[in-house]
Each structure stands twice: as C-alpha cells, then as structure tokens.
Design a protein around this ligand. Structure first.
Ligand code: ZN
Length: 141
C-alpha cells in the first residue's frame, strides 16, 4: 500500500474564511498516482478546520452567521484572560469544536468520490494568518 503525504499552504485574510481547496486536493491525489483507496485531508491547527459542504455564496454567509451566533467573538472566555500566543482566540477554538480537523474521502479509479454538490473546505477561524497548512494523505494502491 502506498502512503503519499503532501501539503497545501495558504494565506488567510479574514477572521473567518471558508477556502474551497477541492481542486488542490484533486491535484495532490493525481500527483500521488494512487487510484484506489482513501484520501484524508487534515489540519494541524487548533483554530482551523476541514469540512465538506456546498459552495454557494449566500450559504457561505449562513455558515459565518451560524458559527458566530453559537460562539460570539467578543464574549468573555477563560482562554482570553492570559493568552499564551497573545491572541484572544477562545472563540476560534470553540468554533472549531463544532467542526472537524479532518475529512476522509473515498478514492476510486483515481477520482474523489464526492457528491455533486460536495466541496472540500479549509476553514479559517482565527485569521488573518500568513501561512496555514493542510495535509493531504493519500492511502491505497
Ligand atoms: Zn488559543
């Protein structure tokens, strides 16, 4: 079995951002030369997520509102009292609890088996940041 790991890097510009990385994941899969198996898309950040959903402009706004309503940015949180990295980002950590750090996608005949409306998103919850990283691990034959 092959195990091919690659990275997608990006810069983020807003506090919260949904980045459609589907085509970059497809490129990573193509380069891996694995045809049958699984693709795991994973982020090492504690204030970012990877999530599969639909890309539609108004829905993007709904995503932001949904998260902000549940975990408002300007509330009082324990993590913000004396932040180790100087960032008052408790809301970002809490939002990431609702989402995931990874998504696993089946791979068949070299193609991601995503549904018609499914896209892979990297979700920034504590931007803007100079460099964010996503790991694409392709496992199989
Ligand atoms: Zn923090």
């Amino acid at each position: 079995m092959k195990n091919v790991v690659s990275f997608i890097e990006m810069q983020t510009r807003q506090v919260m951002e949904f980045h459609d990385i589907t085509e970059k994941v497809r490129e990573a899969v193509k380069k891996s030369n694995v045809k049958e198996g699984l693709v795991n898309v994973f982020t090492q950040h504690t204030t970012c997520c990877v999530k599969i959903n639909e890309f539609e402009e108004k829905l993007m706004q709904d995503f932001y509102q949904f998260l902000e309503k549940r975990v408002p940015q300007f509330e009082k949180y324990g993590h913000d009292i004396n932040p180790v990295d100087g960032r008052k980002n408790a809301h970002s950590h809490l939002k990431s609890l609702i989402l995931n750090t990874s998504e696993c996608i089946p791979l068949q005949k070299g193609e991601l088996l995503l549904g018609t409306w499914q896209r892979v998103f990297f979700v920034e919850l504590d931007g803007p940041r100079e460099k964010r990283k996503v790991i694409v691990q392709v496992l199989g034959e």
